[in-house]
Design a protein around this ligand. Structure first.
Ligand code: GLA
Length: 632
C-alpha cells in the first residue's frame, strides 16, 4: 500500500524523482545525493602552520622550514599538524608572455633554476620528506591582498610591469593550478578574494595605474551589490581545476572570502574550509568576533567542508606567553568549532607552555573527532556561553566560556547536554573528574574556557536528535530568498580604525539560515505556544539533507514557528528517503500546534526534509523540525 501511495503523494505534492526535467528546475525536489562538498581531503579539519599571523608577507624559506622542523621535532606533526602553508609574499611576478608564475628567489633560494623559470618543487619535496604537507596561496582576482591593502613598500610585493604584477588566478586558473599542484606538488591552496573586492575603477591604486580595474565583484558592505553567482562561478572553476589536476582527491581547497558574497550558503558545496569573517587579530575582542561568525552555523560545516574562523593567534598580543588563560580559551574554542587548527606563530619562539597548549591532545581529539559535529550553542549571552559537541562515541564535550573580564560562573544543566540522570565529567585541561545530577556550577576566571568531557544517559535513549549531529545535516536549500547580513555578528572592531567612523556594522550574509535548537532568526523554537529546546529551525521552502547511518526511524514534531507572519501560507512537511517520498504532513498554518511526523528509513542512505509553502514569499515563514531524530 505504501509503495503505491508514495508516487501518488509525490505527484500531488508537486515533486518527482531526481532526473526528470521538473526536478532540475525545482530546488526542493529531492536529489538523493548529498550536495555538500566531498571532494578534496578534509574528512577532519586540516591542521598545520601558516606563515601569515607569524610573519605577514615578510616570509622566507628559512622561517618556514624552522617552524616546520619544530613541528616534526616536538611531536606536533605526529599529533596531526601536517600542513605547512605559505601565505602572501612568495611571488616575484608573472612571466611574460607565457604567464608562468615566478618565485621570489631572494626569499626562497631553493627555487632558483638554471633557466630562470624558478620552482618551489625543492621546497615541497623537502617538506614531504619531513612527513609534512605543503600549502600555497593565491587570489581569485588578478591581484592579491598585500597589493591591495599593504603599504606600497610592504615586503613580499610582486615586482615588474602592471601585467607582471598580476599574480592572481584570474584568467590563469588552469595554468596556475597545474603549476602549483602538478609541477610543484603542493597539497593545499588558500584562495583569497581581495582582487575581486577592492580594485574597482575608484580605487586610488587603480586610478594611479598600478593595477587594472576589476569589478568590484564583491561589495563587502552591501550584499545586493555583490555578484554572488559570479563569485561562486570563479571559485567553482578553481575547485574543478583542482579535481582535474588531482583526480585522486589529495588536496585541500581553502576559501578566503571572509564571510562575504553569502559564501555561508555555497562555500560548503565547493571548498574544504571557508572563512567566516574578516582577519583575526591578537586581541580578545577580535577572537570573540571570529568565534561569533561561526558559532550559529554548525549546519554549514561537515566532514569535507569546514567553517574557518581564521588561523590561531596563540603566541601574540592577548594570546602571548603572559595570557595563558586567553590562549587556552582560543584553542579550546577553535577545537570545539571544528576550525582548521593552523598555528600562526614562529615556533622557534614558543615556550614549553605554548607547545603544551598546541599539543593539547584531548582538545585536538575533539577537533578531529570523526563525527565532524561542530559544537552547538546550548546557552548564549554576552557574558557566558555554553557550547556542546556530540562525539562519535556518543559522549559529549562542553565548553563553558566566560567572555567577560570579570570572574563569574556557569550553571551547566543536564538539559544543556540532552542527558538525564547522573552525569560524569572530566575537565580536559586539569584531568579532574566529577559527577552531577540536574546541574552543576562551574567557576570561571576572567576570559576562561572550561572544557569538559561528559557522559550520561541520553534524553533520547534510542537515537540522536538531528541537533546532536549537525555534521550529518546539510541545508541543501535553506530557504533564504534574499541574503541579509547576520546582525548577531557585530561584536568585533577592525583595530586599525580605532573609533573613527561609526563602528562595526553587520556585514556577513547568513541571517535567516538554518539553525540548531533555535529559529533561523535566533529566536527560541516555539509553535502553538509550545516552546521546545531541540530541533532544526529553518525557513519554509527548504530542503535539508540528513545522512542516515543505519538507523530505522525518523521522527519529528513539525509546524510553523510562532515567529511567522503567515507569509508562506500553509506549509507541507515532507520526508524523502533516497528520493522517494516516505511521509508528509497535512498543510500546517502559523499558530497551529506541532504535529508528529514519522517515517521508516530502514535501508535509506539519504533523508531529505522538505518544507513546501503554499505561497512563495520574499520573507518566508520560519518552520520547525522539532525534536527531529534518527532512531533505532
Ligand atoms: C587576507 C586574508 C589573510 C591573509 C592576507 C594576506 O587578508 O584574509 O588571511 O592571507 O590576506 O595578505
Amino acid at each position: 500500500m505504501k509503495r503505491l501511495l508514495a508516487p501518488l503523494l509525490a505527484t500531488i505534492a508537486g515533486c518527482t524523482l531526481a532526473g526528470s526535467a521538473f526536478a532540475a528546475s525545482d530546488p526542493l525536489a529531492p536529489t538523493g545525493q548529498w550536495s555538500a562538498n566531498t571532494r578534496g581531503q578534509a574528512q577532519t579539519p586540516p591542521m598545520g602552520w601558516n606563515s601569515w599571523n607569524a610573519f605577514g608577507a615578510d616570509i622566507d624559506e628559512t622561517k618556514l622550514l624552522a617552524s616546520a622542523q619544530v613541528l616534526v621535532d616536538s611531536g606536533l606533526a605526529a599529533k596531526g599538524y601536517r600542513y605547512v602553508d605559505i601565505d602572501d609574499g612568495w611571488w616575484a611576478k608573472r612571466r611574460m608572455p607565457d604567464g608562468r608564475m615566478l618565485v621570489r628567489t631572494s626569499a626562497f633560494p631553493s627555487a632558483v633554476t638554471a633557466d630562470g623559470a624558478t620552482s618551489l618543487r625543492p621546497l615541497t619535496d623537502r617538506l614531504h620528506a619531513m612527513g609534512l604537507k605543503a600549502g600555497i596561496y593565491s587570489d581569485i582576482g588578478r591581484n592579491g591582498c598585500n597589493q591591495v591593502f599593504g603599504a606600497p613598500d610592504a615586503p613580499g610585493l610582486p615586482q615588474g610591469t602592471q601585467a607582471e604584477r598580476e599574480i592572481g588566478l584570474y584568467g590563469h586558473v588552469e595554468q596556475d593550478i597545474a603549476l602549483y599542484f602538478h609541477e610543484w606538488n603542493f597539497d593545499l591552496i588558500k584562495v583569497d578574494g581581495c582582487g575581486i573586492r577592492a580594485l574597482g575603477p575608484d580605487n586610488p591604486r587603480v586610478k594611479a595605474g598600478l593595477y587594472r580595474p576589476l569589478g568590484p565583484v564583491i561589495d563587502f558592505d552591501e550584499l545586493p551589490r555583490t555578484d554572488i553567482a559570479e563569485v561562486r562561478r570563479l571559485y567553482g572553476a578553481v575547485a574543478d581545476a583542482l579535481a582535474r589536476t588531482r583526480p585522486a582527491g589529495d588536496y585541500v581547497l581553502s576559501l578566503c572570502l571572509w564571510g562575504s558574497a553569502n559564501v555561508r550558503s555555497w562555500g560548503k558545496d565547493l571548498g574544504n574550509m571557508s572563512r567566516t569573517s574578516e582577519d583575526i587579530s591578537p586581541t580578545w575582542a577580535r577572537m570573540l568576533h571570529n568565534l561569533d561568525s561561526t558559532a550559529r552555523r554548525p549546519l554549514y560545516a561537515h566532514p569535507g567542508s569546514w567553517n574557518d574562523p581564521d588561523m590561531l593567534f596563540i603566541g601574540k598580543g592577548e594570546f602571548d606567553a603572559t595570557h595563558a588563560v586567553e590562549a587556552r580559551s582560543h584553542f579550546a574554542l577553535w577545537a570545539m568549532e571544528n576550525a582548521p587548527l593552523l598555528i600562526g606563530m614562529d615556533l622557534r619562539q614558543a615556550n614549553a607552555e605554548q607547545m603544551a597548549l598546541l599539543g593539547w591532545k584531548a582538545a585536538i581529539a575533539l577537533n578531529q573527532d570523526p563525527a565532524g559535529n561542530q559544537a552547538v550553542l546550548a546557552y548564549d549571552s554576552a557574558e557566558v556561553q555554553i557550547y556542546v559537541k556530540t562525539l562519535a562515541d556518543g559522549t559529549k564535550a562542553v565548553a563553558l566560556l566566560n567572555r567577560s573580564a570579570a570572574a563569574t560562573h556557569a550553571t551547566l544543566t543536564a538539559a544543556h547536554l540532552k542527558l538525564v540522570g547522573e552525569i560524569a565529567t572530566t575537565d580536559l585541561w586539569t584531568g579532574k573528574s566529577g559527577r552531577f545530577t540536574d546541574e552543576t556550577t562551574v567557576p570561571l576566571a576572567p576570559h576562561e574556557t572550561v572544557l569538559l568531557k561528559v557522559s550520561g544517559r541520553r534524553r533520547l535513549p534510542d537515537g540522536l536528535y538531528l541537533s546532536e549531529m549537525p555534521g550529518r545535516v546539510n541545508p541543501a536549500v535553506d530557504g533564504v530568498v534574499q541574503p541579509q547580513p547576520d546582525p548577531l555578528v557585530h561584536r568585533g572592531l577592525l583595530p586599525w580604525n580605532d573609533t573613527r567612523g561609526t563602528g562595526e556594522h553587520p556585514r556577513y550574509g547568513g541571517w535567516g539560515g538554518a539553525a540548531v535548537d533555535s529559529g533561523p532568526y535566533g529566536q527560541e523554537l516555539q509553535a502553538g505556544h509550545e516552546k521546545i529546546d531541540t530541533g532544526i529551525g529553518i525557513l519554509a521552502g527548504s530542503r535539508l539533507q540528513v545522512r542516515n547511518a543505519g538507523q530505522a526511524r525518523f521522527t519529528a514534531r513539525v509546524g510553523v514557528d510562532d515567529a511567522a507572519w503567515g507569509n508562506s501560507g500553509a506549509v507541507t512537511f515532507q520526508v524523502y528517503g533516497d528520493g522517494r517520498l516516505l511521509a508528509q504532513s497535512a498543510p500546517l498554518r502559523a499558530g497551529a500546534a506541532l504535529v508528529p511526523l514519522a517515517a521508516d528509513v530502514r535501508g535509506v542512505r539519504l533523508i531529505e526534509l522538505v518544507t513546501r509553502p503554499a505561497r512563495a514569499s520574499d520573507a518566508p515563514d520560519p518552520v520547525i523540525w522539532g525534536e527531529a531524530a534518527l532512531r533505532n
